[in-house]
Design a protein. Structure first.
Lengths: 257, 358
């Protein structure tokens, strides 16, 4: 989990992928994830082709591989878990390099590893090519409840502020020689959290008053109506479309085998 | 394994961990829950909902990164569901948690897009509802500031293992990994009882810190601030009846005032009783599944040993991971329906109680 610097999630650029309307990209990523999850785990090469598709998107968006890899750290705990499954899994065992592993566990580990990785990379590419604010506008265009979108927008807007307040409190604690070493130091941390809550809540009240004074009536004005053309929708949905084609091909091949 | 004690950061369910039936059902539960909460939050916060809930969501996001020491070298961090429920109310709490999970999923790629429903159900709806239910129950029995603190502790303590239990239940219904469910439940439950204790301590202390400065901001303690107006009148009556303490004579009409004097003892007794019941229930449940007990579960080695006992046990569900397998799928929907019923019941009860209070 990145430490609140959400502007670093977005890589500015002017590629085809960057220019696509957010709702197209959101729908494309969601559909892609669904296709990936729906693919039976035995079809190895289908997953390989999915990876190639994502690599194509990354290439078109000029997102460097190192950036994607760095952000994939988020997935690490589940990767560890995926490697653990064959060891603790049930069912018949097989020996790999002298280690007794469960066959079903190996399948499950592979299944989670492949699908989670593809999903994470797709999400990373979405966040890297779309500004957070714009993603939320896209979500609103996709008929996500507007209140939910508004809450998310406020959260994104003030996340850095709140994280900075927390950082300042930590600096203040540490500059006074505090270091959370054991259980007895929890009250200090908890008081910081309490202070952080009060500051956040009071800031929320001030923000609300400021909004009221500018004519807020419970609804945010839409400044930029982004609508996707047929061509843009077609471009965006090419990713899940091709993934679906791969899935269909693999099914045909599975039947003929 | 949403949450690793040693790593110190939340781990959300990724794509491919649960089968399609469970993912879709949990998505439906999450959507329904969010719809209810969107309506409810408007009642809690009216047109302030968007900025307030947004700021609280940012707070939850930040506080989830606040590491606190648990024991020798390891650190944990808040899940925040119970804390959100107590501070801003259950509806807004669910919304905040859902938005945090949404943002973590879409922007930080933490948690799969197809598993978003599962993550919101487990970490948003279950933790908030269970936390709020326990909080209301205990806070009604033990009144006063001490009562709120104890209730906050118990609420957070119970909310984390129950989320882990729901995770295990979902895993049982539609997990893709061939691991004995009792092993998952034992490991998840065992670790999460420990995490829950940490969560409980820090939630209670945080609520206490806010109560000390701005008691009016604690949604779960709104009853505590109103009697301040009545105090003068009651002290006058108490002063008039010589020899009787204010705490024992005035009992009708003002619960907070008399109870406040003896609440610490009562709160601690009730809290202790509740804690014992919780620990007895949860720990004995896992103890029966895993004789090695908590410390075995807490570290992976114990986990491994325990799991190998079951290696040659009955493993009938060879096709467990097949997407959309009909029996598993139907079972998934039934299981999630049950969760929905229970959650709905708790929500309805919480709402009824709230209405009765106001």
């Amino acid at each position: 989990m990145g430490a609140g610097h959400h502007h670093q999630l977005y890589l500015a650029g002017d590629s085809v992928v960057h220019r696509l309307p957010p709702q197209c990209k959101l729908l494309a990523v969601a559909a892609f994830a669904i296709v990936v999850v729906a693919t039976p785990r035995e079809r190895f090469w289908a997953f390989g082709l999915y990876a190639v598709l994502l690599a194509g998107v990354a290439l078109a968006a000029r997102v460097p591989l190192t950036y994607v890899l760095r952000r994939m750290v988020v997935e690490l705990p589940f990767v560890l878990f995926a490697f653990l499954i064959p060891v603790i899994g049930l069912g018949e065992r097989t020996s790999v390099l002298g280690v007794s592993l469960s066959v079903a566990g190996l399948w499950a580990g592979w299944n989670i590893l492949a699908k989670a990785t593809l999903g994470v990379v797709a999400s990373i590419l979405l966040a890297a090519t779309t500004e957070p604010r714009v993603i939320l506008i896209g979500a609103q265009r996709l008929r996500l409840p507007s209140l939910l979108v508004q809450i998310a927008m406020f959260m994104l807007r003030y996340m850095d502020v709140i994280m900075d307040e927390m950082r300042r409190m930590r600096v203040a604690r540490e500059s006074r020689g505090f270091e959370a070493r054991n259980f007895r130091h929890i009250p200090v941390i908890a008081r910081s959290a309490g202070a952080l809550f009060i500051r956040s809540y009071e800031r929320g009240e001030r923000v609300h008053l400021a909004m009221l004074s500018r004519g807020y009536s419970g609804r945010m004005p839409m400044m930029d109506e982004i609508s996707g053309s047929v061509g843009q929708w077609a471009t965006a949905l090419a990713l899940p479309g091709m993934a679906l084609a791969v899935l269909g091909l693999s099914a045909v091949q599975g039947l003929s085998l | 394994m949403r949450h690793r004690l040693t790593k110190g950061f939340a781990v959300h369910v990724p794509d491919g961990f649960f089968d399609a039936a469970v993912s879709v059902s949990a998505g439906a539960v999450a959507a329904a829950g969010l719809a209810v909460c969107l309506r409810g939050a408007r009642r809690e916060l009216d047109d302030r909902t968007a900025p307030m809930a947004g700021l609280v969501a940012a707070f939850i996001f930040a506080v989830q990164m606040l590491n606190f020491p648990v024991a020798a070298g390891t650190s944990g961090h808040l899940l925040g569901g119970a804390l959100a429920a107590i501070l801003v109310g259950p509806y807004t709490g669910v919304l905040c948690m859902a938005v945090v999970l949404l943002v973590q999923c879409v922007f930080f790629a933490d948690g799969g897009l197809t598993a978003l429903g599962i993550n919101i159900t487990i970490m948003g709806i279950v933790t908030v509802l269970v936390g709020w239910g326990v909080f209301r129950l205990v806070a009604r029995l033990a009144k006063g500031k001490g009562g709120v603190t104890v209730a906050a502790f118990l609420a957070a303590l119970v909310s984390v293992p129950s989320a882990a239990l729901v995770f295990s239940a979902l895993f049982w219904v539609g997990g893709t990994a061939p691991i004995e469910v009792s092993a998952v439940a034992a490991a998840m439950g065992g670790v999460h009882v420990l995490i829950g204790i940490g969560e409980g301590v820090i939630t209670a202390l945080t609520v206490g810190a806010v109560l000390a400065v701005r008691p009016d901001l604690v949604y779960g303690a709104r009853g505590l601030t109103t009697p301040l107006v009545l105090r003068g009148a009651e002290e006058a009556t108490a002063g008039a009846t010589v020899g009787a303490t204010a705490g024992t004579t005035v009992t009708v009409g003002a619960d907070e005032e008399p109870v406040a004097t003896r609440s610490p003892l009562r709160a601690f007794l009730l809290g202790g009783l509740g804690l014992t019941l919780v620990l007895a229930g949860i720990v004995s449940f896992f103890a029966s599944a895993n004789p090695d007990g908590l410390e075995a579960v807490a570290e992976n080695h114990g986990f491994l040993d325990q799991a190998t006992h079951h290696v040659f046990g009955s493993w009938a569900l060879a096709d467990y991971g097949d997407v959309g397998g009909i029996p598993v799928g139907v079972a998934g929907i039934i299981g999630v329906g049950l969760v929905l019923l229970i959650a709905g019941g708790v929500a309805y009860a919480a709402r009824g109680r709230e209405k009765a209070r106001v």
